[in-house]
Design a protein around this ligand. Structure first.
Ligand code: SAM
Length: 269
């Protein structure tokens, strides 16, 4: 494959370095961070693992993975984010693209793709990224991929009062078209980039089309993300423990996989 081109709108969006705060400040981001840690720590059995964080951004996950004692390499196409990640202890950060990874085959124990598939709106690009993930993970190693759930744009709309302003938020017609195609383009509204939202069965099918086994799938945040009381639930230790227990109980229930914001699909090669 030729060197893949990065969409300039994606570069501009992430060069603002908003990823630094996204998982630390707003309650939905805090929940995403917490649940990603819970799931990955459970799935990554072993110490001192070689971890590749593809699309790792400013290194929010790489930072705690390195603190846990793993040897972490972050790769991301947005130079400003890679520069920020380079300041993290124990993290090696390089620029690069999920569709063409510049690493030896079978080098990593764990390959994470927590974001790149959101931004690859063409199926062939998503399959190229999954094939590269498969190539660079060792036999028996773990590949874990996050996707945005297709229905979550609508659930997200339902949690906030509409401004009624089509310049600022998707119209019902845009929402309906997005639910059909999975592609949502929020560049003009200044909210997000161009993105692809998967249904759970779509990402499972893409794994097999890329030569991977069918994945195990886990809701990351689950229904908890849509609670109007999320901030106070997370701030109260007893409520938080109870809510996390319910989320864990329901995380892999097939009838619920698509209802939260993000899904984690994971396989051992
Ligand atoms: C929503 S952010 C997620 C960052 C981080 N992994 C996290 O979970 O917070 C999506 C990331 O994917 C990166 N990305 C976009 N297109 C990519 C591509 N083709 N290859 C690798 N990463 C890409 C972006 O630069 C951005 O850092």
């Amino acid at each position: 494959m030729e060197d893949p081109a990065l969409d300039p709108d994606i570069e501009a969006f992430y060069s603002r370095l908003g990823e630094n705060d996204r998982l630390v400040v707003p309650p939905d981001g805090r929940l995403e961070y917490l649940r990603t840690q819970i799931l990955l720590r459970r799935l990554m059995d072993g110490e001192n693992l070689r971890v590749l964080d593809v699309g790792g951004g400013t290194g929010v996950h790489s930072a705690w993975l390195a603190k846990d004692g793993h040897a972490v390499t972050l790769v991301d196409p947005v130079a400003a984010q890679v520069e920020a990640a380079r300041t993290l202890n124990g993290v090696e950060a390089v620029t690069g693209d999920a569709r063409k990874l510049e690493f030896d085959s079978g080098f990593f124990d764990v390959v994470l793709m927590l974001g790149p598939l959101y931004h690859l709106v063409d199926r062939e690009d998503r399959l190229a990224a999954l094939r590269e993930g498969r190539r660079v993970v060792r036999d028996g190693g773990l590949l874990a991929v996050a996707t945005i759930n297709r229905a979550s744009a609508w659930f997200d709309e339902l949690t906030r009062e509409s401004t009624g302003d089509p310049e600022q938020e998707p119209t019902i017609d845009e929402g309906a078209a997005h639910f059909e195609t999975g592609v949502l383009d929020l560049v003009a509204k200044g909210i997000f980039t161009r993105a692809y939202f998967h249904r759970p069965q779509d990402i499972a099918e893409e794994f097999t089309a890329a030569g991977l086994p069918a994945p195990h799938q886990y809701q990351i945040e689950g229904q908890l993300a849509w609670s109007p009381h999320l901030a106070s639930i997370l701030d109260d230790p007893a409520q938080r423990e109870g809510a996390l227990r319910m989320t864990e109980l329901m995380e892999a229930d097939p009838s619920l996989l698509g209802v939260g914001p993000h899904l984690l699909s994971a396989v051992r090669k």
